[in-house]
Design a protein around this ligand. Structure first.
Ligand code: GUN
Length: 283
């Protein structure tokens, strides 16, 4: 069994990003908007801000109250879209229930959409466009981790458990573009085991600790755990690591697997946004 060490790879990627930021001659600026006081979101935003600081990206966080009207958030996004000093914009999800997430994400300028959630960027990923938009950070991080460890994807049977716009759907597109046969399972899937037991690669991110045990996997499967839940003081994934690690060929730990890769992918997108805006201004 080989551990897919996202922590170490992300650290290495950050060193390269730090050098590239220094070469750019200015600090890229990432504007983060956090609405409400969801504790997990607060923690994620804090982790993103710290990672930005490590590589020389300026992270400007705007914190809005839970009951902020949607119109106010839209106005903030309009201002950020027009601010030439801001290169990347990220609205932390989930948003409060009174907001229309789709409308908010569509209000972000696609050239600053470092999350890759705007329909234009989603479409570019889906159609494997040469005009590569921003890839959603988690899916990008998973692909980079597998590529680094030279895990073959072309021709492999991949099962993704979780069909969210943030993780499952973009990951399915990237896997398909890389030549895998892809099945996407979700809460309504009748027989999860029927899919996972034959899969060469199982990626799971639904926030259900212990969902994937040894009975659901074939011998030598590759397991990518994107789940993140709190059990007491411990952070755990969706895979029963202790029970499956003897059976698999590669597996991500939680923490220290996909999480750090997600953050370094966001930094990479922010640098790309800054590089593109400089290039545009010089033309
Ligand atoms: N909430 C959980 N994951 C993400 C993410 O990748 N981006 C944003 N904006 N919100 C999230």
């Amino acid at each position: 069994m080989v551990l897919l060490n996202g922590q170490a790879l992300a650290k290495h990627k950050e060193e390269i990003l730090q050098e590239e930021v220094a070469r750019l001659g200015m600090a890229p600026v990432l504007a983060v908007v956090l609405v409400g006081d969801n504790p997990a979101s607060q923690l994620y935003v804090q982790m993103k801000a710290r990672a930005c600081a490590r590589v020389g990206i300026t992270c400007q966080i705007q914190r809005l109250g839970e009951s902020t009207p949607q119109s106010e958030l839209l106005e903030i996004l309009r201002t950020l879209n027009h601010d030439s000093q801001v290169h990347g914009i990220l609205v932390q999800l989930p948003l409060p229930a009174h907001m229309d997430t789709r409308e908010i994400l569509e209000a972000i300028d696609p050239s600053k959409d470092v999350d890759g959630f705007h329909p234009l960027n989603v479409g570019r990923v889906y159609s494997d466009s040469l005009l590569r938009g921003f890839l959603p950070a988690t899916a990008m991080g998973v692909m980079q981790l597998l590529e680094h460890y030279q895990v073959p994807i072309r021709g492999q049977d991949v099962v993704i458990v979780g069909a969210s716009n943030i993780i499952g759907k973009p990951l399915a597109s990237l896997m398909l573009n890389a030549g895998a046969s892809v099945s996407v399972c979700h809460i309504l899937t009748k027989d999860l085991r029927m899919y996972t037991q034959k899969a060469d690669i199982v990626c799971v991110g639904v926030g259900k600790p212990g969902l994937i045990g040894p009975d659901l996997l074939k011998e030598g499967a590759v397991v990518v755990d994107i789940g993140i839940s709190k059990q007491g003081d411990k952070v755990v994934g969706d895979v029963d690591f202790e029970a499956v690690h003897h059976k698999v060929s590669y597996i991500t730990p939680v923490p220290g697997g996909v999480g750090p890769m997600t953050i370094s992918a966001l930094l990479q997108n922010t640098l790309l946004a800054a590089q593109s805006s400089l290039l545009e201004r010089s033309c």
